[in-house]
Design a protein around this ligand. Structure first.
Ligand SMILES: Nc1ncnc2c1ncn2[C@@H]1O[C@H](COP(=O)(O)OP(=O)(O)OP(=O)(O)O)[C@@H](O)[C@H]1O
Length: 347
């Protein structure tokens, strides 16, 4: 950072309340937003719970067991942001960029079928879209033509065309430093004129800033750095967090404390969402008297808002899975059944 930038930072950080009130007054007169920018997740009840959505400057942790749909939920939130005209950067340590695109095509095809009031099952799924990317095309007429052969494929591409310029995918790896991530976010912010929403998939894969540290120290440093990035660059940072192997093996309902690495995760985060398949955490009484219940619960995921700086926590919402199309149904509802607190019913 240059000397001049450092000096400007210093001046900007030290303000009187008078100057802040004056600035707020001026912003309101100009029709600008003086406070944090809110980014709706696109999941109605979740947005209500979070006071409108995710906020610039916030670190949002998204935890859950393996395969519970963390990437699916996060990518859908990002898609909803770019669909709404904002920009986004996805740092994917987990999946190749093409995998994210195939899932997005599946998602858009499903929404297109619904918009035409057709059953979602009629839309090509993510697997079919993957086929287009993986097979050699005998027709050789390009992407639009190849996708046009899939149900709602052309409509899915048209939807993606609407936000493709604003969605940035970064194939991250063990050499991707926090500084590099910050530079990418800054570049996108400069290009678009406003900070993007940021997704990190996933936090424990961000390489250690200092060699030789143990995992707890490393996760602490990475978590603090991501929170700093959110605050310095005025964007929401959604970080997927892996679960502790021990907590997964023990058959308990996953909680914030089970996120792998360190207690800093919970302290630094402004919002913590934990995702679980409903059948795994619903209380036993709902299963024993209704043998078909487990099958119904299997179709739903529970999003528990475990920490919420701007509203109620311990809120349990459920969303219906449509993993075939790389998405959840956006209409969330409050879980009506009793959920287990700790032990999972396993017999
Ligand atoms: N094409 C598909 N058809 C059906 N199910 C799929 C498809 N692709 C992925 N899935 C399933 O969707 C679920 C959610 O995947 P997702 O990657 O969002 O989970 P995750 O919680 O991020 O997983 P992980 O912890 O392994 O990264 C997984 O159970 C996965 O098996």
């Amino acid at each position: 950072m240059t000397e001049r930038r450092r000096r400007t930072d210093h001046v900007d950080r030290h303000r009187t309340v008078r100057s802040l009130l004056d600035e707020t007054d001026e912003s309101l007169r100009l029709g600008a937003r003086p406070g944090a920018v809110v980014w709706p997740t696109g999941f109605d009840l979740l947005d209500t719970t979070l006071g409108g959505g995710l906020r610039s400057g916030e670190l949002v942790l998204l935890g859950g067991s393996e395969g519970s749909g963390k990437t699916t939920l996060a990518v859908q939130m990002i898609r909803n942001a770019v669909l709404g005209g904002r920009s986004a950067v996805v740092f994917s340590f987990e999946h190749e960029a093409q995998t994210v695109i195939q899932r997005l095509l599946g998602l858009e095809a499903a929404f297109a079928a619904e918009a035409s009031e057709q059953p979602v099952s009629t839309a090509a799924n993510a697997h079919a879209f993957r086929g287009v990317f993986e097979a050699e095309d005998p027709h050789r007429k390009g992407l639009a033509e190849a996708l046009g052969r899939l149900a709602y494929g052309r409509a899915a591409l048209t939807m993606m065309d609407g936000y493709a310029e604003r969605l940035h995918l970064h194939e991250s790896n063990s050499h991707t430093t926090i500084e590099e991530m910050a530079n990418v976010v800054l570049t996108v912010a400069d290009e678009t004129g406003e900070p993007p929403i940021v997704l990190v998939d996933y936090l424990q894969k961000v390489p250690r800033p200092v060699a030789g540290e143990d995992e707890e120290t490393r996760v602490t440093i990475v978590t603090e750095s991501l929170k700093n990035l959110a605050m310095e660059l005025h964007c929401p940072v959604v970080a997927i967090a892996a679960a502790d192997r021990e907590s997964l093996a023990s058959g308990r309902r996953m909680r914030t404390r089970d996120l792998r690495g360190s207690s800093a995760l919970a302290y630094e985060a402004d919002v913590v969402l934990i995702l679980a398949s409903k059948e795994a955490i619903v209380s036993r009484e709902h299963l024993v008297y209704d043998l078909g219940a487990a099958k119904v619960f299997r179709r739903w995921s529970v999003v528990t808002v475990e920490k919420n700086r701007h509203g109620a926590d311990s809120v349990e919402l459920e969303v219906q899975k449509d993993f075939e199309h790389g998405r959840f149904h956006p209409k969330a509802r409050v879980v009506a059944e009793r959920l287990i607190e700790e032990r999972v019913f396993t017999t």
